[in-house]
Design a protein around this ligand. Sequence first.
Ligand SMILES: Nc1ncnc2c1ncn2[C@@H]1O[C@H](COP(=O)(O)OP(=O)(O)OP(=O)(O)O)[C@@H](O)[C@H]1O
Ligand SMILES: [Mg+2]
Length: 303
Amino acid sequence: MDKSEKKKYAIKVKNLYKIYMIGTNKVRALNGVDFAIEKGTFCCIVGTSGSGKSTLLNMMAGLEPPTKGEIVIAGEHMERKNEAQLVNFRQAHVGFIFQSYNLLPNMTAIENIALPLTFQGMDKAKRIKKAKKALKLVGLQEFGNHRPGQMSGGQQQRVGIARALVVNPEIIFADEPTGNLDSNTTLDVLKLIKKIVAENKQTVVMVTHDNNLASYGDMIIHIKDGKITEIEQNRQVNDDLDNVELGGTLDIPSEASGEAAVSPSMEAATIPAEPEMASGQNITVPEYEGYHPKTSGTDPGNA
Ligand SMILES: Nc1ncnc2c1ncn2[C@@H]1O[C@H](COP(=O)(O)OP(=O)(O)OP(=O)(O)O)[C@@H](O)[C@H]1O
Ligand SMILES: [Mg+2]
């Protein structure tokens, strides 16, 4: 892509295929997918179970190679990188929020949040300082010394969000981040993600099977049987998020905040009704560092 395109788009996906072989059977998890996400967008990928959402997310995040096609992030082709280059790329540009939080049970909230910074070789005092700032951002400054088992699901997910934000990533990938939360907490967490990334001009790609939740997105990609059936542009002009209470902002380099493109104004969208959500099933705390997408379900992991 040329320079102005690189400035405008956070992610471009071209002619993307993922075909799994099950014996002699071909499963077309992604069957020719094209789209571009502008910087500063809260993009939701929505579809029923098995439609290809996680496959698409994992491929964008460089966790799985495509069978065919291109993924361009920050001007760089993900499909051309080797494993070591992908690890470096993710550490520099990408944050993840998991459905099952993936916090380490023996670490405090602060230590969990600081963990991705250790991979950057940052010294401990600086890590703790940044982690505290991120914790404040999600409104949990009182919970810094709590372990995951001493917090509610919603609080744990806020810690998960803080951990994703602490490296100040340009892009945040989230696969069903509210899947284990009740409906009120789901909305709180969603608004929190949306507000923080809007303030910091970050790009979020969130997978959900829930159309109500997806309608919070500025851009909604509908996927069915590995194909996009519809892309809605839905940037909300007056989106009711000003009332979410937050504790501050992270340090954002001026370059990142300066160049984020904002889409042309779309028709004002209405705020959707509160979605119905099942609550509290399936809360597990898998290993964070030992995570591998091929063997550990559909949550992507920081390598
Ligand atoms: N490793 C794999 N090997 C074979 N088939 C796979 C593999 N991973 C996914 N698939 C298949 O690809 C299709 C898309 O799967 P994917 O996990 O992307 O769906 P999803 O939309 O995330 O579903 P859910 O909402 O249930 O998480 C499904 O038919 C699935 O069975
Ligand atoms: Mg999935």
